[in-house]
Design a protein around this ligand. Structure first.
Ligand code: GLA
Length: 347
């Protein structure tokens, strides 16, 4: 189903599409940013509620730096000083986060109008072309993202990208979840479990130090289901630097799409989200920068920590960290990755 979602300041029309399944689950998407605008899932009592943060109109998406629900590209998270070398050649990317490049730059994929391809009742494909030199990146990049909702309440997100010159690619999805469905509340009453024994610590500008550290014995250890409110304000240097969780976890699943990467539970409503990915990393971000009480859908003001993000990815600053998996995409190769979000109920 296609609806108008208003227009951008320059008159560009934005559309909203809805996928539904036999369980009554609805996922709505925008061609702006290939955004997940809302996900309606039932609680224990069968009550449907929207569990993602978002804006009421297109212009708010265009102006915001929250990345609500968007597909992020070309490169998720930060690249130090926006600089990297590829085949001995230096490149300078747009700097949009202090001295650093964040989430694809000033006009990242979250701000682009995507072309809508095949649409069915339960799936939609978006694509875009990122021109050679876009935000400083080499090569013309062709990107597609396909969302598919099945009748077991699983949403799959499948990314593909090809290039005509060697370049960098690291695509992710930046949805903020609040499984309570009460989007004016924080996620501190959520239990988070991340199947990762290691993570990549950051410096004060949230750039990885390059170390791959063990989570053991620290507040970063979420290998057991952990109530966020119990741990997020622990005296821990990494939590202090980020104002909460904003860290790349090195997933134990290590590319195995059949092993869960993370499980988030909201005990009060019974809603559960299980995430799977074939990528090696996942940024767990606890909405620390939502401090300005951003006003979203239904006029709701989102508090700090009002949503949490599980951004499947290659590691931040990969092009400058020789010991991290490479984010280089070679000409002739296809960047292909799948993330699965499975919604269920705890009794
Ligand atoms: C990411 C980053 C955060 C922050 C948010 C957007 O997840 O890791 O530091 O920039 O995006 O606000």
């Amino acid at each position: 189903m296609k609806q108008s979602f208003g227009q951008l300041q320059d008159g560009t029309a934005v559309s909203r599409y809805c996928l539904t399944n036999e369980q009554g689950v609805t996922v709505s998407l925008l061609d702006l940013g290939a955004v997940i605008h809302g996900i309606l899932v039932p609680d224990r009592a069968g009550q449907l509620a929207d569990i993602t943060l978002g804006f009421a109109n297109a212009q708010d998406y265009a102006e915001s730096t929250t990345y609500f629900g968007a597909v992020i590209g070309r490169h998720a998270n930060r690249i130090k000083d926006g600089a990297f070398e590829l085949a001995g050649q230096p490149y300078q990317l747009a700097k949009n986060n202090g001295a650093n490049h964040l989430h694809g730059g000033l006009m990242g994929f979250d701000k682009r109008l995507w072309t809508v391809g095949t649409v069915t009742a339960d799936s939609i494909e978006f694509s875009l072309i990122s021109a050679d030199g876009d935000q400083g990146y080499p090569g013309t990049l062709s990107v597609s993202v396909r969302y598919h909702l099945d009748n077991n309440n699983q949403l799959s997100i499948e990314y593909r990208a090809t290039t005509d010159r060697d370049t960098l690619v690291n695509l992710t999805q930046h949805s903020y979840f609040n499984l309570s469905g009460q989007l004016d509340s924080t996620v501190l009453d959520h239990q988070v479990q991340i199947f990762a024994d290691r993570y990549t610590p950051v410096d004060a500008s949230l750039i990885p130090t390059g170390v791959i550290a063990s989570v053991a014995g620290s507040a970063l250890d979420l290998t057991q289901a952990t109530l966020l409110g119990d741990v997020i304000d622990q005296p821990n240097e990494q939590l202090r630097l980020a104002g909460g969780y904003d860290h790349n976890y090195v997933l134990n699943s290590a590319g195995d799409l059949t092993q869960p990467a993370a499980i988030v539970r909201h005990p009060a409503s019974g809603r559960v989200l299980t995430l799977y990915t074939d990528l090696p990393g996942m940024q767990f971000y606890s909405g620390n920068f939502l401090a300005e009480r951003t006003v979203g859908k239904q006029g709701i003001a989102y508090p700090q920590r009002g949503g949490l993000c599980l951004e499947t990815q290659l590691f931040p600053d990969a092009p400058n960290q020789p010991n991290f998996p490479s984010s280089i995409l070679r000409t002739g190769d296809t960047w292909h990755s799948t993330t699965l979000l499975r919604f269920s109920i705890d009794d």
